[in-house]
Write a protein that binds this ligand. Structure first.
Ligand SMILES: O=C(O)[C@H](O)[C@@H](O)[C@H](O)[C@H](O)COP(=O)(O)O
Length: 238
C-alpha cells in the first residue's frame, strides 16, 4: 500500500486496474479484519456507506466465508426515508450485502420513523449505544464535492458533524446538496474504527480527491483524514 505524505495528512493509495479487482481485494481485506475482530473479541462491527459505488463490493463481500452470525452491520449514513424507498441505504444493503453468507449478519439500521430527523437521531443514538463499539471496519464513499458520510459542505451543522470530540453516535443533517434530510454517524465514531477504507471509482472522483488533498478550502473528506488516528486506505479504480 503506497504512502502519500501531504503536509499534515497521510493516506494509503490502493489503485486497481478495474472495479471488480478492487471489489475482490477490498472484500478480502474487510473479511480478514472482521474475522480477526471475531477471534479477538467474539464479535465484529462493520459500517458501510450507500450510494452507487459499493454494489460490486457488497456482492463480493456477501460471499466471504466468515462468521457472519457474529457480525453486526450498520450504516455510515442514511437518507431519512423508509427501507422501501429506492433512496434507502438500508434497502441497498439488504439487497446487495445481506445476501448469501452475509445474510446471517445482524443489521442495525439508522432510519426509524420519527416526527423529525432530530428525534430520529436521538432515538438512534440510544438504540445504537449497545452495539459493540468501536467499529472494526468503516467503508466510506466520497462525493465530487468532497463530502463523505453525510458531512456535506453545505450542511447547516457542519462544524458539529466534523467535531472529533462529539459524544453523539448519530447526528441529523440538513443539507440542500444531500437531498433528503440525513442521519450520519459522527466523526468520532467513524475515525475510531480499527480500519477505515475510502472507496472511490472513476477519474472524476480521483481528481476530486486529489483536489481535496491540495491547498484551498478544506473539504470534509480531508477533515476526516486529518482526524483519523490511523492512516485511512483509499481504494480506487478507473
Ligand atoms: O448515502 C450516501 O449517498 C453515501 O453514504 C454517501 O456518502 C456516498 O458515499 C457518496 O455520496 C458517494 O456516492 P456515490 O457512490 O453514489 O458516488
Amino acid at each position: 500500500m503506497a504512502r502519500e505524505q501531504l503536509s499534515e495528512v497521510s493516506y494509503g493509495w490502493n489503485g486497481f486496474a478495474d472495479r471488480q479487482d478492487l471489489a475482490t481485494a477490498l472484500a478480502g481485506e474487510i473479511a480478514d479484519r472482521l474475522t480477526r475482530a471475531v477471534s479477538e473479541r467474539g464479535t465484529a462491527l462493520l459500517a458501510v456507506s450507500g450510494g452507487t459505488t459499493p454494489a460490486k463490493l457488497f456482492a463480493a463481500l456477501s460471499t466471504a466465508p466468515i462468521a457472519w452470525d457474529r457480525v453486526t452491520v450498520t450504516l455510515v449514513d442514511e437518507r431519512f426515508v423508509p427501507p422501501s424507498s429506492p433512496r434507502s441505504n438500508a434497502g441497498l444493503v439488504a439487497a446487495n450485502l445481506l445476501q448469501n453468507k452475509a445474510a446471517a449478519a445482524r443489521f442495525a439500521p439508522l432510519y426509524h420513523e420519527a416526527a423529525s430527523i432530530e428525534d430520529a437521531a436521538a432515538a438512534d443514538s440510544e438504540a445504537l449505544r449497545s452495539l459493540p463499539w468501536p467499529l472494526d471496519v468503516v467503508i466510506l464513499g466520497m462525493g465530487g464535492d468532497g463530502h463523505t458520510a453525510s458531512f456535506f459542505p453545505d450542511a447547516g451543522n457542519l462544524e458539529e458533524l466534523l467535531d472529533p470530540a462529539s459524544q453523539r453516535i448519530v447526528l441529523p443533517v440538513h443539507a440542500a446538496s444531500g437531498g433528503e434530510p440525513r442521519l450520519t454517524l459522527s466523526m468520532a465514531r467513524i475515525v475510531a474504527a480499527g480500519f477505515v477504507a475510502l472507496h472511490i471509482e472513476g477519474e472524476d472522483k480521483r481528481t476530486a480527491f486529489n483536489g481535496a488533498m491540495g491547498p484551498g478550502a478544506k473539504k470534509p473528506i480531508r477533515s476526516v483524514l486529518e482526524a483519523a488516528p490511523r492512516r485511512i486506505e483509499v481504494f480506487w479504480a478507473p
